[in-house]
Design a protein around this ligand. Sequence first.
Ligand code: GAR
Length: 192
Amino acid sequence: MKTRIAIFASGSGSNAQKIMEHFNSHPEGEVVLVLTNNPQAYVLQRADNFEIPTHVFTRQEFYQTDEVVKILKNIQVDLIVLAGFLWLVPQSLLQAFPNQIINIHPALLPKYGGKGMYGDNVHKAVLANGETESGITIHFVNEHFDEGEMIHQAKYKIEPGDTLDIIKFKGQQLEHQYFPKVIEGLLKKVRR
Ligand code: GAR
């Protein structure tokens, strides 16, 4: 029995792409659904390319109903991966999947986390503060933005003259390198 993974993403989905590639004909895990709040998200196209089903939901559906939980339970999802998903996870979803929801964040938490800290906002703040290093954090999700138990961090150096695009690229390289492997390490732990 493979561990069944669902990915939530709000935008491009380059991390989702790496995860779908990694678990495409993998013996231990498979991506069974991609979910998004954004009907324009490029991640939907990426999922189609892998012939992985998708579900688009509204704010009302996500926060006022149990529809998303029902869908995930119906298809027996074991692990939920937030890969560039920008909405806070509601309590009902956290309770339905305890210790089974993880997130990736483009900084070394607890620095540069919290509401509004996503994507370019994070990198701009890192540069504005003259940091000499930054990195990525993969962590369990709780009811606060970017605060659950840490699973893995990786760092990169910031050189004098590095631009927003450069540090974004360095972070993205680390995300793509580590996220699928960290998920792989969790497969047995979260399986029914
Ligand atoms: C990633 O860098 C991820 O760390 C970040 O969104 C990006 C999504 O990129 N997530 C957050 O900022 C969450 N607070 P992608 O759509 O290309 O995978």
